[in-house]
Write a new protein. Structure first.
Length: 181
């Protein structure tokens, strides 16, 4: 087990977990602010899951972790390497059936605490589309602070892309001073 919270257990995905990821990525609402479309099963099996397993091999303490509650699989939480070895990126993807239950905030807070207390990181960041107000609220509740809006070029932009992406972050000193409470 990678990490546990009051209601969640986070553990590594295995080579036989393509079905869970495919189920999660098959909901258009879950994918709305990510790709705007469902992820085909063959892409999950041939690209998504192999990339998850590759991160475990290259960064054993980081990656995308299967999230389960008392009833089973609810999605995933990620704590990913960045270009700066002292910084990690956090994120999540949850089944729509558990939206609004506080799992996103609970899991993200746990990852932030883990990054600072167990991994020795100096900074944690997260990003999303500026129009993704639900995720932005999770970032704020998790102790991350708004830093900036930025614009990326996409060949096939999603609705709302014109408003940009947003970056939220917290550094170790701010977190230790109590921003995590």
């Amino acid at each position: 087990m990678y990490l546990t919270t009051e209601r969640l257990r986070l553990g590594r995905f295995g080579p036989d977990d393509a079905g869970l990821l495919s189920e999660l990525d098959s909901d258009p609402e879950v994918m709305r602010f990510l790709t705007g479309q469902v992820t085909p099963r063959d892409e999950v099996e041939g690209v998504v899951l192999p990339e998850i397993l590759k991160v475990y091999a290259e960064h054993p303490r980081l990656g995308t972790f299967k999230a389960e509650d008392a009833d089973g699989f609810v999605g995933w939480f990620g704590i990913q390497p960045t270009a700066d070895p002292r910084t990690v990126g956090v994120g999540y993807r949850l089944k729509r059936t558990v939206w609004g239950k506080g799992y996103a905030t609970e899991g993200t807070r746990a990852l932030i605490a883990h990054a600072f207390t167990e991994l020795g990181m100096e900074r944690v960041e997260a990003d999303t589309m500026a129009v993704n107000h639900r995720s932005r609220a999770v970032m704020r509740r998790s102790g991350l602070r708004f830093e900036r809006v930025y614009h990326e070029h996409f060949d096939d932009p999603l609705p709302g892309t014109e408003f940009g992406e947003v970056l939220y972050a917290v550094d170790r000193a701010t977190w230790e001073a109590g921003a995590h409470e």
